[in-house]
Ligand binder design. Structure first.
Ligand code: PSU
Ligand code: MN
Length: 308
């Protein structure tokens, strides 16, 4: 039995030509943003990648097939569907085996990208160590995936729904390079500065691509986390968001929300409580990450195919 991989037309063509491809996750569409902004954003991100010279490959499982690249109709269908499964490393194969439909998290998207030979992936925020993890043990599978699957992930840092210092510690333990783009601070999703330094800083896509290729040539498993700060004009002040995040975290605890429901619950509550302000910032930073990811993907192609 071979793996039921389905490539979109543009991804199949790009693979043949060796053109730059950037993977995109689908949990951000089904569990990260409300309809219809989720579908609009997904299409805008794809368009941003194309304009930046890379082919988008949004990844999802639909009716048991692992799609690498979705058509506009498929994107819309997924964005409107209710109760789509959220797939991480643990559930990806099970969903395919039972002919299910599910959206891929950062971890599952990295696995699928690797299978398809795609080395760069753009998203909004990664999962991490949740606040209170010292009692709940809630640590996203995204972190271990970054330590074992060789894909460079461009995100806007980690959300303050997480314990950012603990998230950075776990990434360090796992040997994941965490690279801030163009600044010393590790960005915190809605704000450019988490108050913590990033372990590494790089100012060009060329350097990030070179580090990616050198890691693979050294045979190091695992990817890189590229932390790209939100554009200054779209930042939301921590004074505005902190009380909202704290309230959402308290509500999650009071309602006994656990395991894979925690992140979607917090994201949905924050959108409601900020009345859309967080959504506008989220869209701006994802587009910004797509622009950086396209440049990194192009540089990787250039390094791998040196001219005469
Ligand atoms: N953080 C965000 N937006 C998101 C997610 C996380 O700011 O959409 C999604 C991503 O798909 C991520 C997943 O991989 O949530 C992490 O879920 P968990 O914490 O259950 O591993
Ligand atoms: Mn979790």
């Amino acid at each position: 039995m071979s793996l039921p991989l389905r490539f979109s037309e543009e991804v199949a063509a790009a693979r043949k030509e060796g053109a730059p491809i950037v993977a995109l996750e689908s949990t951000i569409i089904t569990h990260g943003m409300p309809y219809p902004q989720n579908v609009e954003t997904a299409m805008l991100v794809e368009e941003t990648l194309r304009r930046g010279g890379a082919v988008p490959a949004t990844i999802a499982v639909m009716d048991g097939r692992l799609h690498i690249g979705l058509s506009k109709d498929e994107l819309t269908q997924l964005g409107q569907a209710e109760s789509v499964a959220k797939l991480s490393r643990a559930d990806l194969a099970a969903c395919i085996a039972t002919r299910g439909t599910g959206a891929t998290t950062v971890a599952a998207t990295m696995i699928a990208a690797r299978l398809a030979g795609i080395e760069v992936f753009a998203t909004g925020g990664i999962g991490g160590v949740h606040r209170g993890a010292e009692t709940s043990f809630d640590i996203s599978a995204d972190l271990r995936e970054l330590s074992q699957t060789a894909v460079t992930v461009v995100a806007a840092g980690a959300k303050a729904i997480l314990d950012i210092p603990k998230t950075l510690e776990v990434l360090e333990t796992f040997g994941v390079p965490v690279i801030a783009v163009g600044q010393d601070a590790f960005p915190a999703f809605w704000s450019r500065d988490s108050g913590l330094g990033a372990p590494l800083r790089m100012d060009t896509a060329e350097d990030i691509a070179a580090a990616h290729v050198i890691r693979t040539r050294m045979g190091l498993p695992g990817g890189q986390l590229v932390a790209n700060p939100i554009p200054a004009a779209d930042e939301i002040a921590p004074e505005v968001l902190n009380p909202i995040i704290e309230r959402a975290v308290r509500e999650a605890e009071a309602q006994g929300i656990t395991a894979k429901s925690v992140t979607p619950f917090l994201l949905a509550r924050i959108y409601e409580l900020t009345e859309g302000q967080s959504l506008r910032a989220n869209i701006a930073l994802v587009l910004n990450n797509a622009r950086v990811a396209a440049r990194i993907a192009q540089e990787i192609v250039t390094i791998r195919n040196p001219g005469p």
